[in-house]
Structure formats: C-alpha cells, structure tokens
Design a protein around this ligand. Structure first.
Ligand code: NAD
Length: 276
C-alpha cells in the first residue's frame, strides 16, 4: 500500500463533535485524504462537503436517531466531542454518550471488520490505572441508563478528569473484544490545544504547562496537530496499533516523569495518580 495507507480513499468516516476544535480539523483532514465524511454535533456544522447530523450526546434517543440517519458503513469513527467541568451532563458528553454511540454502531454492524475507532481523551485521562477498580465498575454497566445511574451514586467523580480516565481505560479494556471483531480502538491524549473549549477555560487549560513550553520554545498545540495524530491512528498505516493511549503533549509528561523537566514532576505525578 505504501503511502496510500495514510489515505482514506473509499472510506466513510464519522466524526462526532466536529463543529469546532479538533473534531472540526479532523473532519477537514479526512476530506483532504479522500474520505466521505459524516459529522455529528449538537452545534451547527460549517464544513462544505460533509453530511451533518444533529446529535446531543446527553440524550440516548438523540444518539439512536443520529445513528439511524447515518447508517453504514462506518469505516472510521472519531469520538471528538467533549465538555469542561461546570457543564451539566459532562459525564454523558465525555463518556456515556460516546460509549453508547460506539457500541450501537458496532452492534448494528455499521462499524465492522477493518474498522477503527479513535477517541479524544486528554492528558487529564493519563492516570486511569490509579482508579482501575472503580472505573471497572462503571465499565461493567451494560448500557446508557445504567451508566447514568452509576454516576448518580458516584456523584463525587462526575468531573472532567474522571470521565477522561474512564475513556482511556475503556479503550484499554474494550480493545480485546473489538479486535476479535476486526475493529481497532485507540485514544489520543492531547495536551493544551488552542480550541474554543480551551479558550473558554483558558486560565486552567491554556496556562497549564506554560513553563515547559516556554523552556522548550513552543506554543500550545494547534488543533490540526492533534487531528493529524488522530487520523493516523484510524488509518491503515496504523494497522498494528490497538489499545494505545497516545499522549500528544510535546513531551511534557515524559519530561516531568523522567526528571528531564523537574518543574513538571509534581503535576505529572498528580495527573497519573501517583502521590509520594
Ligand atoms: N483543547 C484542549 O486543550 C484539550 C486537551 C485535551 C483534551 N481535549 C478534549 O478534546 C476534545 C475536543 O475538544 P476541543 O478542545 O476541540 O473543543 P471544542 O469545544 O472545539 O469541540 C468539542 C465539540 O464537542 C461538541 N459537543 C459538546 N457537547 C456536545 C453534546 N452534548 N452533543 C454533541 N456534541 C457536543 C461541541 O459542539 C464541539 O463541536 C474534547 O473531548 C476535549 O475534552 C481538549
């Protein structure tokens, strides 16, 4: 296949959360690479050449209706929608809704053998191993409504970091069953990326790691830099990559862990759930 393995000619891609930010860049890149592109979002989608379908990830019936409209095949499914702390229903947007959409697409056969799933988690989702047992009880819930109920009894973890850890662990755990069906699943864990969501939370999201970026002479990530990595993960060029949680933070986490950049060490240990 050579360089064509990076392309999407003849493939149909679904981008969930493609109205703005990284999902938007992902949809545009997929068009460039030859894909037929469907974008789902609750906001209006302004990309020429894609099929836009409204969906509210907080609402199971909205997801079911959107999938019905989309139909199949879905050769690559990109789960890019997300919300920050303070957003009502954050657990549905960041985890429950995406899971329902992915599992419904697989169960219906729309997403089948040869397909791939790429999820945007976050560097905030790095430390899933620290809450492995608790997250497994969430992943054990069989469906959308049971997961909603799980969060009602675990109110204290209805927050961004936990939903992102849950997504990272979901990828790790589901990868076996999905691969048996010929479907790969991977996640991208971006560092601070200049998007509307990050701008709306800029004191926290875009200031994070500024000392590292200043020291190495880079800026925050552009959404297109994350889109390139995500699109690669679902391409045939990544055919042996499965269950990966690819950190795209320009090395901040590794520098903090290894002592290469000691000012980041404490924050990295916090994110990874390693104290002391
Ligand atoms: N920007 C960052 O610094 C950063 C870093 C790490 C991870 N992330 C994650 O990246 C992903 C993309 O975020 P972004 O930064 O590009 O932000 P963004 O706000 O530009 O994109 C998020 C998209 O999700 C959609 N969305 C939100 N709620 C929805 C709902 N209920 N139903 C359907 N769609 C909905 C929005 O309309 C938007 O198009 C998110 O999962 C976010 O948590 C962002």
């Amino acid at each position: 296949m050579g360089a064509d393995a990076f392309r999407y000619d003849g493939k149909r891609a679904l981008v969930v959360g493609g109205a703005t930010g990284m999902g938007n860049e992902t949809a545009r890149l997929l068009l460039d690479l030859g894909a037929e592109v469907v974008v789902m979002d609750h906001a209006d989608v302004d990309i020429a050449g894609v099929e836009a379908i409204k969906v509210d990830l907080r609402d199971r019936s909205s997801i079911d209706a959107a999938l019905q409209t989309c139909g199949g095949p879905i050769d690559a499914l990109f789960a890019c929608a997300g919300a920050a702390d303070g957003t009502p229903g954050i657990e549905r947007i960041n985890f429950i809704g995406h899971r329902h959409l992915i599992e419904s697409a697989v169960a219906s056969g729309a997403l089948g053998r040869g397909g791939a799933i790429g999820i945007i988690s976050s560097s905030a989702g790095l430390g899933w191993e620290a809450q492995l047992d608790l997250i497994n009880t969430l992943l054990d819930t069989p469906d959308f409504d049971a997961a909603v109920e799980w969060f009602e009894t675990n109110e204290s973890v209805k927050h961004y970091m936990f939903t992102k850890r849950a997504m990272s662990q979901y990828v790790a755990r589901q990868s076996v069953g999905l691969l048996k069906q010929g479907v790969r699943i991977n996640a991208l864990l971006p560092g601070p990326t200049d998007t509307p969501l990050a701008q709306a939370n800029k004191e926290l999201w875009l200031e994070f790691g500024r000392d590292y970026r200043d020291a190495v002479g880079i800026s925050t990530s552009k959404p297109s830099e994350q889109a390139h990595a995500l699109v690669f993960l679902c391409s045939d060029a990544a055919s042996y990559i499965n269950a990966a949680t690819l950190v795209a933070d320009a090395g901040w986490c590794s520098a903090g862990l290894s002592g290469g950049f000691p000012p980041a060490t404490e924050a990295v240990h916090f994110l990874m759930g390693r104290f002391g």
